[in-house]
Design a binder for this molecule. Structure first.
Ligand code: ITT
Length: 189
């Protein structure tokens, strides 16, 4: 069975493909011939996920799902949040990480969470699924796997960052995996 995933992000595609291997074939935007950077102008994860999934329905008439996600840091009033991908003005993850570490200099509260909202458009209806994982922001980068803010995010209950985990290990606990499992349960129900 095929599922269309409205993303340009290769890391997200890889994670979801690994989670669904043997169950679904996952096609991303590139695979369906869509090379548009779909505008994400909403100020919530729900809104932006729905903009991405709706775009595919409107232009390709395909059922699909989209993931909007980001890092919410307690001491920064939940920033970068929906602005996670371009927090420092570019899409360079290192710049974004440096800005976060700079803003947290001297701040003791390092609590943060990753959040994903998946919008599934099926038969013209929008279904939303959420996943959250709590953790802390390290003072330095650690690890080279994963993407985005993974080198500074340590999930609660672990002594390593997401970037030090194998993808399969991150996929057992991540915000994206939690939201995905909810969607899969819905699709199977
Ligand atoms: P698409 O919109 O095409 O799916 P994107 O990278 O623009 O790709 P988002 O708008 O959802 O995706 O932005 C999410 C950003 O949040 C992403 O670029 C990372 O910087 C960060 N992020 C999300 N999930 C993450 C994860 O599992 N690990 C590390 N950083 C993550």
């Amino acid at each position: 069975k095929k599922l269309v995933f409205a993303t340009n992000n290769k890391n997200k595609t890889e994670e979801i493909r690994l989670s669904l291997s043997g169950q679904y074939e996952v096609l991303n935007l590139e695979d369906i011939g869509c090379f548009t950077d779909i505008p994400e102008t909403a100020d919530t994860f729900e809104g932006n996920a729905t903009l991405k999934s709706s775009y595919v329905v409107a232009h390709y008439n395909l059922d699909c799902f989209a993931d909007d996600s980001g890092l919410e840091i307690e001491a920064l009033n939940s920033e970068p949040g929906v602005y996670s991908a371009r927090y420092a003005g570019s899409r360079d993850p290192l710049d974004n990480i440096k800005l976060v570490l700079h803003k947290l200099e001297g701040i003791e509260n390092r609590k943060a969470r990753f959040k994903t909202v998946i919008s599934l458009m099926r038969g013209g209806e929008n279904y939303l699924f959420e996943g959250v994982i709590n953790g802390t922001i390290r003072t330095e980068l650690s690890g080279a796997k994963g993407f985005g803010y993974d080198p500074i995010f340590q999930p609660d209950g672990y002594q390593i960052t997401f970037a030090e985990m194998e993808m399969a290990e991150k996929n057992k606990i991540s915000h994206r995996a939690i939201a995905l499992q909810k969607m899969i349960a819905f699709l199977k129900g």
